[in-house]
Ligand binder design. Structure first.
Ligand SMILES: Cc1cc2nc3c(=O)[nH]c(=O)nc-3n(C[C@H](O)[C@H](O)[C@H](O)COP(=O)(O)OP(=O)(O)OC[C@H]3O[C@@H](n4cnc5c(N)ncnc54)[C@H](O)[C@@H]3O)c2cc1C
Length: 445
């Protein structure tokens, strides 16, 4: 691709120009927008405009923050100064059902891809919520449906096309620009190029997708978590065993625990077998669903009840392998201080395999614990916005690291990849982006 000094195409908004503030606001899904103001916002319509925008940033010495779906809780892409480059309009998805491959723009929402694939009998481990774009999701790892079996979604990225800090469009795979490819699978909000297309491997759609569910009042917290902690490593990877702690669970006054076991199986029998452990749950469940063959649509709807649009969010998280006796006091404290629904905590039985492919993504552990404060009114910010970070600080001695999906690095720096991988990421950044064209992770210089 030839170098050009042509003026940038695409919608461009300089600070204080008409449309700037609307474009800045629209760049984030979390209604709690940061007080940070890029100098220029560029909304690219195609790859050519992405190239031009990066070259403009280079000419003007601007740092670049990239937005695909704008679902970064922290608004990582909305920084002070520099350029906010919005690639959400690059959302084409080409599916080759025979080769079981897809080529997808970063602005394509995971649930949109999932529903198109479903019609072809295909599957991809897209995220659990509607609206989250594949751009940010795949770069940070991607904990998706059926990911306990298929691995974090970035494991199914076979190659990327991206625009480098110099404004060149390149392909990166295991054999071409391998260091960019390595970094693109896990660097998340610290990636140092603009991805314009992902080349994905697809899978056959599991024949049965459904879930089992039990609800308890929080009086049963010790029993429920002791049980889950003990059985977790033995639960089939076909099951994404998790607990939602919230005040908004139907049929329960005050905080409750919803134990959910989504399952992905080749048949009903296998699904029932994989979720049979739910029969051995502690006594006292207020509600019990043995197995509901729901498909992905109903599961998405169920999850989205806890992540409404137009709300203000604060999040934080940790990976842990701590013993249950060490974790229980923290879980009690989470319940005691839990803000009103739809705020919630999520406990996930992850139990990853010992080996993964060599990629930047390298921080995971037996259990994942994430906190989501959710409220509507800006006047309540001071009541709720510190709940996740304060609880996580109290539990930090039990954490092995954090997941970038729910990162809060600007407020609470924490380990998000293995130490050698961070060294390698820094070296790759220095080689591919020596001028620091792309913002690094928040909380890091
Ligand atoms: C309601 C909700 C539900 C979620 N559920 C899940 C889930 O089930 N599993 C999971 O793993 N995560 C989940 N997440 C986290 C989500 O995957 C991350 O926030 C992800 O970064 C969002 O992607 P995005 O493209 O929408 O975000 P953006 O805010 O657009 O991007 C986040 C960051 O990624 C980088 N980036 C994005 N696009 C590009 C690109 N094209 N090129 C280079 N860098 C880029 C930028 O640094 C950017 O700041 C959820 C988030 C929300 C808000």
């Amino acid at each position: 691709m030839s170098h050009s000094t042509a003026p940038v195409r695409g919608q461009t908004f300089r600070r204080d120009a008409p449309g700037y503030e609307a474009a800045r606001q629209a760049a984030m899904w979390n209604a709690r927008r940061p007080d940070r103001f890029p100098d220029i916002i560029v909304q690219a319509n195609d790859v050519y405009e992405v190239v031009q925008a990066v070259r403009l940033a280079k000419r003007e010495g601007l740092r670049v923050g990239v937005r695909s779906g704008g679902h970064s809780w922290a608004g990582n892409h909305v920084r002070d100064g520099g350029m906010l480059l919005d690639v959400s309009r690059l959302r084409d998805a080409e599916i080759d059902r025979h080769a079981m491959r897809a080529r997808v723009g970063p602005g394509c929402a995971g649930h949109a891809l999932a529903s198109r694939l479903g019609r072809h009998g295909l599957f991809f481990p897209a995220g659990h919520c509607q609206g989250v774009a594949l751009g940010g999701y795949l770069l940070q790892g991607g904990f998706g449906w059926h990911s306990r079996t298929l691995g974090p979604a970035c494991m199914s990225v076979e190659a990327i096309d991206c625009v480098t800090a110099d404004g060149d469009l390149v392909h990166a795979s295991a054999t071409e620009n391998p260091e960019l490819y390595w970094a693109a699978r896990g660097a998340g909000p610290g990636f140092f190029a603009v991805v314009t297309r992902f080349h994905l491997r697809l899978y056959p759609r599991p024949r049965v997708i459904g879930f089992a569910l039990q609800r308890f009042s929080a009086d049963h917290l010790d029993d429920v978590f002791r049980w889950l902690h003990a059985i977790g490593p033995e639960v089939s990877p076909a099951v994404e065993l998790q607990v939602l702690i919230s005040r908004g669970l139907g049929g329960i006054r005050g905080p409750g625990l919803e134990v959910v076991a989504p399952v992905f199986a080749d048949g009903l029998r296998a699904a029932l077998r994989a979720t049979a452990f739910m029969r051995d749950s502690p006594r006292g469940a207020r509600r019990s669903l043995r197995f509901v063959p729901s498909g992905l649509g109903l599961m998405y709807r169920g999850v989205m009840n806890h992540y409404p649009d137009d709300h203000r969010y604060a999040v934080d998280n940790m990976w842990t392998r701590a013993p249950i006796d060490a974790l229980l006091p923290g879980l009690h404290r989470i319940v005691e201080t839990l803000p009103p629904a739809p705020s919630h905590a999520l406990w996930l039985n992850w139990a990853p395999p010992a080996e993964r492919p060599d990629m930047a993504f390298s921080m995971e552990d037996r259990l994942y614990l994430a906190l989501y404060a959710v409220w509507r009114d800006a006047a309540d910010d001071h009541r709720f916005d510190r709940w996740p970070v304060e609880r996580m600080r109290e539990l930090a001695h039990l954490a092995t690291g954090i997941q970038l999906a729910d990162e809060n690095l600007g407020q609470r720096p924490a380990k998000f990849v293995a130490d050698p991988n961070l060294v390698r990421l820094d070296a790759a950044r220095a080689a591919h982006d020596p001028a620091g064209r792309f913002h690094p992770w928040m909380g890091r210089p």
